[in-house]
Design a protein around this ligand. Structure first.
Ligand SMILES: [Zn+2]
Length: 309
């Protein structure tokens, strides 16, 4: 075999209760098993489990994508089963899985052929960033999310630069940045597009779309919540720490390492917390915002110094 080509062993576990692609394993789970047992079998043998065509009429039921655990990827495009509308449905399921499982259990989007004969090849694929073309390196890159899915265009650039998500594609017409709730937060011509997250998004993904609707889909870029912005406000009885953070975030406040308290930012992001007086009137407050999402990501800390000295 020449060194421009390599193979990863795998199989598709097919059953009325859902089809699962097993990558990088050399032992097959009994197809009669329930899906979670098949996923567990794949993981226990060191493989990667990918849910196949979750929006197809055969196999997965509503709720499976959310209830199942420890799968690493999900097909959002499948050359054989993705008819009009099903990509949207599969992407909706992917969003639901990402939002429910959070950063620690992120699920990668993949596209595939599902080819049953030669005419069904080159419909969908993934582009993987790997330092070497070996099965091991390829597998590690896929596992870590260093890949994007496509049924047409390629990204020339996809990444993060100076705090912005950047993308370009010579083959595409436009580029869209889409947040966790499917809102298009920015759209630009595909020659170059960049988007600086506001800090209110949970994650943002990128699509490069051709004039005839073919798409490259990035993985999610996960975003830390904004650090709180705050000031010290003197009051009749002492001082109050007041500011803004992500709406609904819990803001924890400490003073020279001593826990002061926590407060939940309101729907506009405003919060205030009364701080106990100290003998010399000096404070070095540290504030951290924890987002109200299932995976509870925390912001970078904000230092707020107050008082004489
Ligand atoms: Zn299948």
């Amino acid at each position: 075999m020449d060194d421009s080509f390599t193979l990863l062993r795998g199989y598709e576990s097919t059953n009325d209760s859902g089809h699962i692609v097993a990558l990088d394993v050399n032992e097959v789970a009994p197809s009669s098993w329930r899906p979670q047992s098949r996923i567990d079998h794949i993981n226990q043998r060191g493989g990667l489990a990918i849910l196949a065509h979750p929006a197809w009429s055969i196999g997965w039921k509503d709720g499976d994508v959310m209830a199942l655990q420890d799968y690493r990827g999900m097909e959002i495009f499948n050359g054989l089963t993705t008819a009009a509308g099903r990509t949207e449905r599969a992407i909706q399921l992917w969003h639901e899985a990402l939002n429910a499982k959070g950063y620690a259990n992120r699920v990668w989007a993949v596209a595939s052929d599902d080819s049953h004969n030669p005419e069904q090849m080159n419909k969908g694929w993934v582009m993987v960033k790997t330092p070497r073309l070996t099965p091991n390196a390829l597998r590690r890159a896929i596992e870590s999310g260093a890949l994007y899915a496509s049924n047409g265009p390629s990204f020339d650039t996809i990444g993060v630069m100076n705090g912005s998500i950047v993308a370009s594609s010579a083959e595409a017409d436009r580029i869209r940045f889409i947040d966790q709730d499917m809102n298009i937060v920015w759209e630009a011509p595909a020659g170059w597009a960049d988007y600086k997250p506001s800090g209110l998004e949970r994650w943002v993904r990128v699509e490069a779309i051709t004039a005839d609707g073919k798409t490259a889909w990035s993985q999610p870029f996960w975003i830390l919540p904004n650090a709180p912005q705050a000031q010290v406000v003197p009051t009749d009885t002492g001082i109050t720490v007041a500011g803004n953070a992500l709406p609904g975030a819990r803001v924890d406040v400490s003073d020279e390492g001593q826990y002061v308290g926590s407060v939940v930012a309101n729907g506009q992001g405003a919060f205030q917390l009364a701080a106990p007086p100290t003998s010399d009137g000096r404070h070095d407050f540290w504030l951290v915002a924890t987002a109200p999402w299932p995976d509870k990501p925390a912001s970078n800390p904000t230092l707020l110094s107050y008082g004489a000295g």
